[in-house]
Design a protein around this ligand. Sequence first.
Ligand code: ADP
Ligand code: MG
Length: 338
Amino acid sequence: MQSPSDPISEFELIQRFFKTGADAMNSKSRIGLGIGDDCALIHSSSNEEIAITSDMLVEGRHFFVNANPELLGRKALAVNLSDLAAMGATPLGFTLALALPRADPVWLEAFSKGLFSLAKQFSCTLIGGDTTAGPLTISITAFGTLPKGEAIRRSGAKPGDDIWVSGELGDARLALAALRHEIKLTELELKQIEHRMHQPIPRLELGIQLRGVATAALDISDGLLGDLKHILNQSNVDAQIWIDQLPKSAILLKQDSSIQNQFAACGGDDYEICFTANKDQRSAIEQISKTLNLSLTRIGQTTAMKNDAANIEILTSDGKLLSKDESKALMKSFDHFK
Ligand code: ADP
Ligand code: MG
């Protein structure tokens, strides 16, 4: 029996206590999109929208105690810019809310160096924030702009669309497993993939190029299959995923196949873009891949929705369909509360 005080999932929490109340208020016509996507959208003028996103990093939860402050500064901004990328937005600026256990100038020097290195790289300025004493928590809200109506929402996929993903998947999870001594990598191997965990690259140029090309997109923060379900549920489509097609690094490919699949399909912290597009966009997408020198891989297709909730069929390269139990075991995506 479920008791009223039993813990609930992160998704259910947002839905029950925030989205329902927010939707009921849904009054301001200048709010183009509220809770549920990578960014909210506000109409700023007749031809422009502002995309807004917040992401928080908490010590001991999102990063190790005593983590390198320079890398932390970079990553805190990168995960927010990744949400702007997922909508196709151009970065404008960001605010920074910091809770610090103590005001250590050496730590702050390194943190701000990392933060501004990424801010400069993507021309996204710090415009304000808040600072308080408390357990180390970094919360950033980033703002971007979009030509009106061109944001790539999670809700636009159509049955029969191709499903694509940028870059390679699973290395951030593999680096985490190695650092936690769950998996053994050589020093050199760890060195080659560790940046995927500490220094994700927001795919901003890709997001901009995908305006008018992709039908839906999101950035993968909690694992491909779990995050893809957000696109599917919001677009009312199912999907087939070709598990052996998921793009993996040479180092992940050295692991046994169950680890490869689990990490590529469900490992968190990839910050790649998963998007859907009509089949007739294939050559345009291949061209974008060449222009940006970024691999874009077709990993499956959307299909008409069969039931109320989205379903993902997972197929192997020899045409075998994974059973419900096998898929479930693979799909343990990350949830902060379960
Ligand atoms: P993402 O992984 O893209 O950052 P999340 O899974 O964190 O997205 O959030 C899903 C949606 O729920 C987003 O639209 C986000 O803005 C919204 N959301 C998350 N937490 C809250 C909250 N406490 N109040 C209102 N909206 C929230
Ligand atoms: Mg996101």
